[in-house]
Design a protein around this ligand. Structure first.
Ligand code: ADP
Ligand code: ADP
Length: 227
């Protein structure tokens, strides 16, 4: 469903991804780990074309990523993304933040978009905050809204780029709990995280990257030594 074949990428003459090959099947939770600066963030951003790559190929559910005619809005609706910093629109309410993509990209009616937004805000425990603005929420709450916003597009997969690393420690678990419930429902996920407890509990597969190279790609039990 997500397939990277021999993907290489350079920033000028610096090679940030080296011949990366990785398949993520439907329902898999792939955790990507590795040292800081090893290319984890860059790797997942190539999947929804937030970063271009120069060699190899990426296919998402049959869509060729990086082709001249790639339909970017369609791709990004299929593959949602949750970033380290929450990136909600500050001048819009929480409800409007979760509605906007559905309105603009999917051309949903206002009432359909609102119903979907309210359902998903409820799902992430944020229904009571629909009328507030992002600045009125904690980081953990904003991140849950960002997850609801990604879900609102009915994506086939969601990419997470260090979703908890900007949070105060007491807010980490409220976000990991939402991610864990998504995983249990069968959402396909690629997650860059340092939360190894979460990885161990939730990941189906672990990928370790060092200096742009996939060094390890194995089932979670094997990665953690079967203990
Ligand atoms: P990670 O997510 O593993 O910390 P990144 O994918 O963010 O790593 O970055 C990998 C490497 O690429 C780092 O050395 C980083 O400095 C470099 N890099 C990231 N973005 C750019 C950019 N826009 N231009 C040049 N170098 C970049
Ligand atoms: P992340 O790892 O979450 O992407 P970073 O702090 O590594 O966050 O990067 C933030 C932004 O700066 C990104 O847009 C990235 O592409 C860019 N960036 C990172 N490293 C470099 C670099 N060495 N040169 C230029 N841009 C960079």
């Amino acid at each position: 469903m997500i397939e990277l074949n021999n993907v290489s990428k350079w920033y000028n003459d610096y090679q940030v991804l080296k011949d990366c090959t990785l398949t993520v099947e439907r329902g898999e939770i792939v955790v990507i780990c590795g040292p800081s600066g090893s290319g984890k963030s860059t790797l997942i951003k190539t999947v929804n074309a937030l970063e271009p790559f120069q060699e190899g190929s990426i296919r998402v559910h049959g869509m060729e990523v990086g082709a001249p005619d790639t339909d970017l809005p369609a791709l990004r609706a299929r593959v949602g993304m949750v970033f380290q910093s929450f990136e909600l629109f500050p001048h819009m309410t929480i409800l409007q933040n979760v509605m906007i993509g559905q309105r603009v990209v999917l051309s949903r009616s206002s009432s359909d978009a609102e119903a979907q937004a309210r359902r998903l805000l409820d799902r992430v425990g944020m229904a009571d905050h629909a009328h507030k603005y992002p600045a009125q929420l904690s980081g953990g709450q904003q991140q849950r809204v960002a997850i609801a916003r990604a879900l609102a597009m009915d994506p086939m997969a969601i990419l997470f780029d260090e979703p908890t690393s900007a949070l105060d420690p007491e807010m980490v678990s409220e976000v990991l709990d939402v991610m864990t419930s998504l995983a249990k429902e069968g959402m396909t996920m690629m997650v860059v995280t340092h939360e190894m407890g979460f990885a161990r509990r939730v990941a189906t597969r672990m990928v370790f990257i060092d200096r742009g190279e996939i060094i390890e790609n194995c089932p979670t039990e094997e990665f953690f030594g079967g203990t």
